[in-house]
Ligand binder design. Structure first.
Ligand code: SAH
Length: 369
């Protein structure tokens, strides 16, 4: 039994079963034993690979998206370029290199990274050394500066803790984590029913069948970003795996060594995520900030010109590298097992910003727009 398992077990013994969000937060971000606190999980030797680690093209296109958004904002003299959950800093490094094509953008941009893991902060520092004059780190989005902002988040939201609720015999209950008959961690339903729960679901999903599981995520870090965009101007580009519309299903997932693992085994040693509900995310739009999308990662990257970029890279690459670049393109925009359909992009933009690159034909939500 690892140290975190002992700690969670004693928590359950004293308090009773705990919400899934509590378990997830402890597993990912415990100050001593959390998954991200203690390691760099990315790459072939690690547990999983993300889009910016697959190909430099991903970060480059996001960099150009930001530079173009800045131009559309009227090229303000100062803009906070923010990344939430930057991992190794690879996306930002590629983005900054590519954004040099936009005159003035890098002079206006001040780099702010929102990262809780000290290990990853160190990786980001090494990786971005020399790329910009200064980097400020933040533990949360609340402390960002009060200036216009451009925010990037790739596979950030999937790591924010969720809660789950299940309908049984006509009533909704919270799913919690307690101790099972064999003494190990086990999922169970809180006996107290939640009489108002079904009213909070999108109407189209009601009446829900028995056995339905609904996931709800605390999106505070993102609603803070949206409110800052409303006050100071700017935009956010958020990319993640998930579903365009709210629905039922248990999507809590553990990954270790590029394979699925059990979410309740070896806490703090496996990655825990769940699918992003893009309908719930878009609902954060408010008076002067609209949500655009979600669109598939394939549509987003294709509209930004990833195919042309692939050809240029291949032309300039050594013969033996050309196939690898083509394979990376397929992984990024191809159907499952590629990321093209499952992964989606959603933007928030201040009402003063006209149509954003990558979102032609996308759904727009927001009041008074
Ligand atoms: N964007 C990177 C990494 C994705 S993994 C990539 O695409 O490769 C999730 C990242 O979010 C990690 O850097 C992790 O440490 C960070 N993170 C997770 N929860 C966080 C939180 N609540 N606040 C700040 N950073 C968080």
């Amino acid at each position: 039994m690892n140290a975190l398992e002992r700690e969670i077990r004693s928590l359950i013994e004293t308090q009773g079963p705990i919400p899934i969000s509590r378990y997830m937060a402890l597993c990912l971000a415990h100050p001593e034993y959390g998954y991200y606190t203690t390691r760099d999980p990315f790459g072939t030797d690690g547990d999983f690979t993300t889009a910016p680690e697959i190909s430099q093209m991903f970060g480059e296109l996001i960099g150009i998206w930001c530079a173009e958004a800045w131009r559309l904002m009227g090229s303000p003299a100062r803009v906070a370029l923010v990344e939430a959950g930057p991992g190794r800093g690879t996306l930002m490094k590629d983005a900054l290199r590519a954004a040099k094509v936009m005159p003035g953008f890098l002079n206006a941009a001040e780099l702010h990274l929102v990262e809780t893991s000290p290990v990853l902060q160190e990786r980001q520092r090494e990786n971005l050394r020399g790329a910009v004059p200064a980097i400020a780190w933040h533990g949360e989005t609340k402390t960002l500066p009060d200036i216009p902002l451009l925010v990037i988040g790739n596979e950030f939201i999937d790591a924010l803790p969720i809660d789950q609720f299940e309908k049984k015999a006509g009533r909704w209950h919270e799913r919690k984590i307690g101790l099972g008959a064999d003494g190990g961690f086990a999922f169970g339903l809180d006996p107290a029913p939640l009489p108002d729960f079904e009213q909070q679901l999108p109407e189209r999903l009601t009446p829900a069948p028995n056995g339905a599981v609904f996931e709800r995520r605390d999106l505070t870090p993102i609603s803070e970003v949206v409110s800052r965009i409303g006050k100071h101007g700017g935009a956010a580009i958020l990319i993640d795996y998930g579903h365009a519309e709210s629905g039922f299903g248990d999507t809590l997932q553990a990954v270790s060594g590029h394979d699925y693992a059990e979410p309740l085994d070896t806490p703090g040693e496996v990655d825990l995520t769940s699918q992003v509900d893009f309908e719930a995310l878009a609902a954060l739009s408010r008076n002067n900030v609209r949500a655009v999308g979600a669109v598939s990662q394939r549509n987003f990257l294709t509209q930004l010109g990833i195919e042309a970029r692939t050809e240029i890279l291949q032309r300039n690459a050594k013969e033996e590298m050309r196939d690898e670049i083509g394979t990376a393109l397929t992984r990024l925009i191809g159907p499952t097992p590629g990321m093209g359909e499952l992964f989606k992009a959603l933007a928030f933009a201040h009402r003063d910003l006209p149509a954003l690159p990558g979102f032609d034909g996308a759904k727009i939500s927001g009041k008074d727009l």
